[in-house]
Structures are given as C-alpha cells and as structure tokens.
Ligand binder design. Sequence first.
Ligand code: GKR
Ligand code: MG
Length: 415
Amino acid sequence: MCVAEIHLTPVAIPDKPLLNCKGVHQPYALRTVIEVICDDGTVGLGESYGSIKALDGLRRAAPALIGLDPFHLHELKSRVIAALPGGGGINAKSAVADHKLTDVVTSAFEVPCLDIQGKLLGRPVADLLGGAVRSGVPFSAYLFFKFAAHIGEASDEWGEVLTPDAMVGEARKMVETYGFRSLKLKGGVLHPGLEIETILKLREAFPNHPLRIDPNGGWTVETAINIAHKLENVLEYLEDPVIGMDQMAKVAAATPIPLATNMIVLEFDQIAEAFRTNAVKIVLSDHHYWGGLRASTHLGKICETLGLGVSMHSNSHLGITLAAMIHVAAATPNLSFDCDTHYPWTGVDVIEGEPFAFRAGKLDLPIGPGLGVSLDRQKLAVLSAHYEETAMKERDDTAYMKLFDPAYERRVPRW
Ligand code: GKR
Ligand code: MG
C-alpha cells in the first residue's frame, strides 16, 4: 500500500486577544489541516503551522510523498529533505527562535502516517511509540494577561485581565472549568513587580498548584535573577526568562529554580551545549518542530540519560494536534510535568463529535485506532472559509498591538 493523495487545508481559528512580550494575539490563529490518503482508502490526519513558509514547505514536499509506504518513516524524512533543498526556517527573520522547515514538514506528515499505521493495525498511536505509561495525560492552565476584546468587538467571555487580581480570577475560572492542577503564567507583559505580585497572589489562592512563569526571553539577566530570588520556593520552574544560551546559563547559576526552555533548545544538536553550560534543566518538547512523535520520544530518552526533565510546549491549536500531544505524552515515561495547551482558548475544532473535555485537568487517550479522531468536514469548511476571507496570512502580534497602542515597540528583552 502507498500514499495516493495528500490534501492540505489552511484554516484560520478565531483566537482571543492574549498578550505576550511581543504584542497581542490577532483575531485568528493560522494552522494547516493535513489529510494523507492511501490507495486502499485509509486516511491519516495531521495538523501543523499555517504560516506562509510552513504552508509553502508542506505544498512543495507533498508531491514527493505520493507512492510512499506509510510505514517507511525514514524514507519519508529523506524525501522531505530532498524536496526542500536549502531547508531554512519557518519563522520571520525578526523572530528570536526559529524552527527548521524540514523538521516541521517531516513531523506534519509523520503524524498522519502513524495515524494510518494505527488504523491498519487497529492500535492507538501511543502503542506505536512504545505504549502508554499513563492513562490520563495532565495539562496545566495556560494563563494569559489579555484585553477584553478585539478591535471593534464586544468583550469576550474572559473579559479584561490586566491586573494580579484579575489574573487570579482567570485562574479560578480555568481551574473550576477544566480542573487543571498546575498553572503557567505567560509573563513579560506587565512590569516585573506586577508579575511577581501576580505569582504570589496565585500561590495564595492555589497553595497546592505548581506554578510556572514564561516571559519568552522578555527579561534582562539582572531582572530575571531578581525575579528568581523573589520567587524562590514558589516556582516549579522558570521558563525562558532570558534569550540565549549564555544568558540562560548566567540566570541558572544564580538560582536554585530549574530553568525550562522552548526557545534555546529546539533541535537535537543544541542539547549538548545546554547540558554543558548548565543553562537548562527542563526541555519542552513539541512534536511540530522536533521532527515528529517518534523524535519527541527520542528527545525524552536523551533528556532521561542526561538527567534533564521534559515538559511540553504548545501554540494555538486544534484537536488533531491535541490528540497527537496526548498520544506522545502518554508514551513518554519521563514527561513528568503537566503539559501546556492553548486548547481552552480555542473554543472551536475540526474533529467530529464533542471537543476534548478535560477531567481533573487530564485527557484520556482518544478511543479508537490511530490518533482516535476524525475530521468533521463542515467544521473544517467553516475554518477554511475564515482563512480564505481574512487578509491575515502571517502571525504578527507586534503589528496587531500597534493598532491598540501606536507607540508600542517590540523589545526583547523588554524589562
Ligand atoms: O501563544 O503567545 C503565545 C505563546 O507565547 C506562544 O507563542 C509560545 O510559543 O506558548 C509558547 C511558549 O511557551 O513560549
Ligand atoms: Mg515558552
């Protein structure tokens, strides 16, 4: 059997005005839904980025995969590399971190191939990754400071969250609705003093919830060390307080709080330096740019060998990605921290039936072979129509922020 057809559908998912150190989320988040169809009619699903470079790479590589045996994943990777000479990265030049196009595209097609394999074998994808070691995968509440509404719109159901007290309110709603047992705050947005106050108020309101803060490199080394001192014994880990291996190593040397990253260790050949310099103690995996689900379990193994922890990063996403995250998280023995997810902010999906429902902050493996999710064509058509109608074809949180505040400037570090 072999791959006979590939369909790529870019979609625009309504998003909330969530703040980070680069600006604010636009009205849509862009993704691509991937369908790989075999000559026997078996369909594998995948989901990846929807940026111009990612979509272009997916479109250029897809024809090279026709005729591929969906079990031949090494060949999948070499066909992708051959189809994308020069490779390159998928992010804008101004981005502080980039992701390799060939890894992104390999992953985007590996997941549907694993979905196909699972369907043919009648087994969940987690079984193809060594089997699930936990029945429910725990996720953390992903807390964002936010504006009440997009420009020209009425307030969304979360309202404005721009103070420590309002953030405690957002956290309560997340915990009451989804049962999350740990909290991650997207920082680098307010003055550091206010973000310290926010974490301390969260600690008071949720004495038993592990807490993390991630300013995406928005602080100077001095600010980061100062914040780390104030939050010692409060944080489970501190994520990307500063940018760059050397700067992370300086902060790491000054605090007992473990540092985590999804910004300085993005590829296998960066792990050794991070280990040597003691810059990070926890690597955040993300199958979309680490090269796929199998690569993510390899990352887990390497981290185990080096005595590093593994946690999981996320970006705005739909249920196909969430299903893949659950399978790989279930099959990564040393993924010992609650995973990130933007899913509660998304509110819509392309999968058939009910959206994923968190119980006590956890999600079970979807039922059924492969990923265990199928595509709802009507839902897909709605999000695809949004993509076709919107002029937005690239994420640009800074440009959108300038519409709220024309004086706003992107600065990393900001504080
Ligand atoms: O959604 O604004 C966001 C996040 O800041 C996202 O872009 C990051 O990639 O969640 C991510 C992170 O942990 O850095
Ligand atoms: Mg992060």
